[in-house]
Design a protein around this ligand. Structure first.
Ligand code: ADP
Ligand code: MG
Length: 228
């Protein structure tokens, strides 16, 4: 479902070109649960942003579900992302002036014309799924880190994306909360066959995934399936 060939990403830093991703070739199937690991600065976030349609490669082809996203205009890319992709960030990125319910609702208002009733049902089901139903009227600053990340997960899932990218999703969480979040994402992957791709240093995630891709200096040095 995700296939990319000869993907290269160069950042222009004034006079200098910084090649961050060199020649990335990767095939990812529906429902995979994958960690991209590697030292800080190795290009993990860049890969997530490229595959997640937040950024465009300098060269190469990225096919997602049969669409070459490198050929899309910015508007088409934003639409494609809205329909197919969810993102979870290390720092949660919730909107402080919106309630828990409204934060989860937000991507639906932006990208889909769902009837109000269906919209509400979908949000309520997710609130239950992430065990935040009784917190739905609270605001982000009234929540713990683990609760915020659960809201961010619900927000990433509300459009029923085929793929969810999670960039260091447990980096700001304690061990117990991290394990709960990982279990939650695993359950969602099993229930909906959602593909999860993590960028992480966290051993708790690395031991929970089915496939580990190691990135060093913008090059894949190892790609292995594991039994978890
Ligand atoms: P990781 O997530 O593995 O820590 P990143 O993908 O964030 O790695 O960064 C890879 C390299 O690209 C780093 O050297 C970083 O400084 C550089 N980089 C990332 N984003 C930009 C940018 N927008 N402009 C210039 N350089 C960047
Ligand atoms: Mg990063």
């Amino acid at each position: 479902m995700i296939l990319n060939e000869h993907v290269k990403k160069v950042y222009k830093m004034g006079e200098v070109d910084l090649t961050v991703i060199k020649d990335l070739n990767l095939e990812i199937n529906y429902g995979e649960f994958i960690a991209i690991v590697g030292p800080s600065g190795s290009g993990k976030s860049t890969v997530l942003n490229l595959l997640g349609c937040l950024d465009k490669p300098t060269e190469g082809k990225i096919l997602i579900d049969g669409t070459d996203i490198t050929k899309l205009s910015s508007t088409e890319l934003a639409n494609f992302r809205g329909k197919n992709i969810g993102f979870i960030f290390q720092s949660f990125n919730l909107i402080p002036v919106l309630s828990v319910y409204e934060n989860i609702e937000y991507p639906l208002i932006m990208i889909q014309n769902l009837p109000q009733k269906e919209r509400d049902e979908r949000i309520m089901k997710l609130l239950q799924e992430v065990d935040m139903l009784d917190q739905k009227d609270k605001f982000p600053d009234q929540l713990s880190g683990g609760q915020r990340q659960r809201v961010a997960i619900a927000r990433a899932l509300v459009t029923k994306p085929k793929i969810v990218f999670a960039d260091e999703p447990t980096a700001n969480l304690d061990t117990q909360t991290s394990n709960q979040i990982i279990t939650l994402m695993r359950n969602i992957q099993k229930e909906f066959n959602t593909t999860f791709i993590f960028a992480t240093h966290d051993e708790k995630i690395v031991t929970a995934v089915d496939r580990i891709i190691t990135l060093i200096d913008g090059v894949i040095t190892d790609d292995r399936r594991v039994v978890s």
